[in-house]
Write a protein that binds this ligand. Structure first.
Ligand code: ATP
Length: 292
């Protein structure tokens, strides 16, 4: 990864210090919203996600948190038009996502899902080039823009040294980074990332968060990211959306959302929360509570 742009871990003091610049730039950024959504799968009798309104604010980083099965991936996939809602609207800067063509949407919105599969014999570089397909015409060959975007993405994701390796031979964490590079090469204004830190060691988890933060600060990229580590989410995100049983339990800045009550009601964990911690609410979990 490029060390010049990613020097220090991102803490809340730094985020607060950046806020003035960030707010000035936010007018340029892209806003994603869901309205009156009900989402089900062919095999589910009832919707697995229902929500009146969900906002991914322009130019901010929003973390979706919540227990397993609470609907985070379902919501994210629907916002990216990978899954059709039974009812409701997904709006990208006010335009219905369902009315946008696949390529047009892919130029504006990138999704890293949990279900990534590529032919094992594909090299990392080939995979990352796939991120450029929305930017090319049908018969157009790779141009200088594509090459530069791929180089940037390989560098940002820290997989430059793996470019000639076959994806099938990578470790779980290396594969995850290769997929992150692919979605970065798409160079979209909106990034939806479903558990991008899965399989990653602590160093790479922080690096990925820093890349996201850098893209957000420097290119005004609007980000929604599913994270399981609520402490990390609270340190890192501008907003949290806490999901429970297919609905939105709460949303807003981490200092508003993270509480002992949230930890108990949503995550079924007994924990102390230091709300005044300088890097954002600090969580000390003690024990798992019995299921309700
Ligand atoms: N392909 C599918 N077919 C049927 N039901 C599904 C499918 N995918 C998810 N579900 C159901 O939808 C609900 C929400 O699942 P989802 O994957 O969105 O949760 P999640 O919060 O992302 O979970 P996790 O943290 O475990 O990834 C769950 O009850 C799950 O069983």
């Amino acid at each position: 990864m490029s060390d010049e742009s990613l020097e220090s871990p991102v803490g809340r003091e730094q985020l607060d210090g950046d806020r003035e610049l960030h707010e000035t730039d936010a007018a340029e950024a892209t806003h994603l919203r869901g309205e009156e959504l009900a989402i089900s799968y062919p095999t589910t009798e009832n919707p697995v996600v229902e929500c009146e309104r969900v906002d991914i604010p322009a130019g901010e980083v929003t973390a979706l948190v919540g227990p397993n099965g609470s609907g985070k991936s379902t919501l994210l996939k629907t916002m990216a038009k990978q899954l059709d809602a039974d009812r409701g609207h997904v709006l990208l800067d006010g335009a219905e996502v369902r009315d946008l063509g696949t390529k047009e949407l892919a130029r504006r919105l990138g999704l890293l899902s949990q279900e990534n599969e590529a032919p094992g014999s594909l090299t990392v570089e080939d995979l990352v080039y796939h991120g450029r397909y929305p930017h090319r015409g049908f018969f157009e060959s790779v141009g200088e823009d594509d090459e530069q975007a791929v180089e940037r993405a390989l560098d940002l994701a820290g997989v430059d040294h793996l470019r000639d390796d076959e994806v099938g031979n990578l470790s779980g964490g290396q594969k995850q980074l290769a997929w992150i590079a692919m979605v970065l090469a798409q160079e979209t204004d909106v990034l939806l990332l479903d558990e991008p830190t899965t399989y990653l060691d602590l160093h790479h988890q922080l690096r990925v968060m820093e890349v996201i933060r850098t893209l957000n600060r420097e290119r005004d990229v609007t980000v929604a990211v599913v994270l399981h580590d609520i402490g990390q989410a609270a340190r890192f995100a501008d907003n949290l959306i806490a999901m429970k049983d297919g609905g939105l339990y709460d949303w807003g800045p981490p200092r508003k959302v993270v509480s002992e009550e949230l930890l108990r009601d949503v995550f079924r964990v007994d924990a102390d929360v230091d709300a005044d911690h300088p890097t954002g609410p600090h969580i000390s979990p003690h024990r798992a509570l019995d299921d309700e």
